[in-house]
Write a protein that binds this ligand. Sequence first.
Ligand SMILES: NC(=O)N[C@H]1NC(=O)NC1=O
Length: 201
Amino acid sequence: MKLSATSSRLVHKLKFTEMDSSLTKSVHINNVNEMDYESFIEVFGNVIEHCSLCAAAVWRYRPFKDVRQVHEEICKFVDELPEAGREGILRSHPDLAGRLAGLGLLTDESKREQAAAGLGHLTPEEIARIQEMNAQYRKQFGFPFVICARQNKKEAILEGLKTRIKNSPQAELAKGIAEVKKICYLRLLDIVEHEGIESRL
Ligand SMILES: NC(=O)N[C@H]1NC(=O)NC1=O
């Protein structure tokens, strides 16, 4: 049986925790630093949604001091991309409560995040409202509305859609990328041991 990308990542997580623990135990930074390139991509390839290039680009910076440094290197890479590349990162994100969610085609990470924001329990009217606002936003900016769902409940997401659509394209590109970095940091914290490290940016 072919493993899904996430299952495969979990297998690597287990491998790097010496097969001794449950799926909830995360990887020590020393084990991250020992990963070959293929393992690194298996484990970190989706910390930025569908953009494994971001993980591929930072592997060269091992050894990392801690999870924060992994995040900093990824953020630096993202910030140095041309505008078209940063827009492309936004376009790689699925709409919140969108078509892919309805079809059950989200990545496991995105599915968990959208569930954490309460988007799994919307009324049909709320779904229609969010989808309509997402469509308006996408038409206006040419990329989807992106927000860190784990840090925002559905009310904050609706409010964000209402207010952010009034921003300039430059401001929204910057805001969307800032949200991508928060999503990335929380995904990294899910993977790497981070005792004593602040879990908010
Ligand atoms: N559109 C959008 O914000 N998508 C995302 N946000 C989040 O926290 N996970 C996602 O996939």
